[in-house]
Design a protein around this ligand. Sequence first.
Ligand code: FES
Length: 268
Amino acid sequence: MSEQVSGAATLPAETVAELQELMGRYPQARSALLPMLHLVQSVQGSVTTEGIETCAALLGLSAAEVSGVATFYTMYKRRPMGDHHVGVCTNTLCAVMGGDAIFERLKDHLEVGNDETTADGKVTLEHIECNAACDFAPVLTVNWEFFDQQTPESAVELVDRLRSGDTVTATRGATITSWREAERVLAGFEDGRVDEGPAAAGPSLAGLEIAAERGWKAPDVDQADSKDNEVPTESAEAGAAEADTARAESETVAEESDADVKGGGSDD
Ligand code: FES
């Protein structure tokens, strides 16, 4: 079953209806483009040309404008994905804590390069940038769910379990489904599992626990406001005076240098 959208290729009618539902969730329909692209991925396994044209026609944009968005953000895939997306963080902290070693081991084990899919279509491997989970480094994600403090060995075991269809649960998050199902959730169609699994754990809460032990707390809003309006202290005033002096000196040097250039140099 399909529905023709004026000026566009076709997608299944139910997908077009859901794209329109997403558009209706925003005061400006074009604000729905990002979730719409996630929905296209959930249906077609990537952001296809057909999907781009359909979104463009629905939103009154050009295909080039939609394509510009789809190619800017790395979570949008222009090539067909495997059943599972495995992302290995190789940003600085994870890299030095073992992320680079994990990525190399997985490439060898899966016999794929970056952004490639295994021959059985089960896993697409990608190295990804910081996932804001540095306190659990090195981390990897499966369909954007976290797997914390991994090793090359645990990562190999994880992808083997994914490929064999075992039930796999994220260390902080839900039971792993498929990449397409996760994309549908990202599009804004909840699967009812938002509270499944733990959301925070040890390292993320360490600061909170220390603060509780020591009785530390954030200043209340009134105090914070009055601090913003405080008259500068002596040291702040001294710092400002020093900055003024440095600025005046650098302006003098710049003026002298300008005069030298205009005068063709004074030493001749
Ligand atoms: S460097 Fe890997 S999560 Fe931040």
